[in-house]
Design a protein around this ligand. Sequence first.
Ligand code: SAM
Length: 248
Amino acid sequence: MPATPAWPPDSLPRLFIDATLEEDGEIVIDAAQANYLVRVLRLKAGAQIKLFDDRTGEWLAELAHIGKRDAVLRVEGKLRDREDVPDLWLCFAPIKKGRIDWLVEKACELGVARLLPVRTQRTIVDKLKPARLKSHLIEAAEQCERTALPELAEMVSLDALLADWPEKRTLFYAAERGGGSFGEALVAHDGPAAILIGPEGGFTEREDEAIRALPQAVPVSLGPRILRADTAAAAAISLWMAGRGDWN
Ligand code: SAM
């Protein structure tokens, strides 16, 4: 029984390379990436791979040499430029492991440009593991033909986020109580945007007041039912992408 190809037959494996790619360049990949290509995908020397660098775009490369603990990829030619990504940030209170991984993966797939973890009063996660979250972002981008990665910012407190809020950026605040129509808000507010989603326990009254006091904040409802934070994030991003993003 031939091994099931890990990739659909008509598409090549894709890898994110955190270095600027160029024609005829040689990339030495580390043990983890080499192991993935050689032992998981069972690629042989000469196999073709697609690479993207979140800088120039996507390139075709060849698995030129397989070492004991690394491998060399030779870049052949450019396939496409880095994609344009809509200017949408997701500000989110970190939620527990597993669900936060899902949240960042979906934010990447849906086209968010920047992820900002925000520590709020009821945030149950006090320490983030950025490297783990970044690996989920990269894996989602590799699997979904992306040529751009969302930026993952350092976690900040809600007060600091609000104090430094950029003047020209609308903050669509997902307010499970007292939010207005998201559809109407999208018509009224174009330009750079962000979505703010609270933790499992929601925002405190003081936080709600502080957010609403921000001139750029627009409280919006995600319907009459309370959604889990990760569901709320995916729903809000989808609504923005359909209304103001690049889905039309
Ligand atoms: N505060 C509620 C509680 O304590 O059970 C639920 C918080 S909810 C799980 C997490 C976040 O998702 C909320 O802070 C809000 O940002 C967003 N959210 C969930 N349902 C929503 C809705 N129907 N409308 C707007 N935002 C919602």
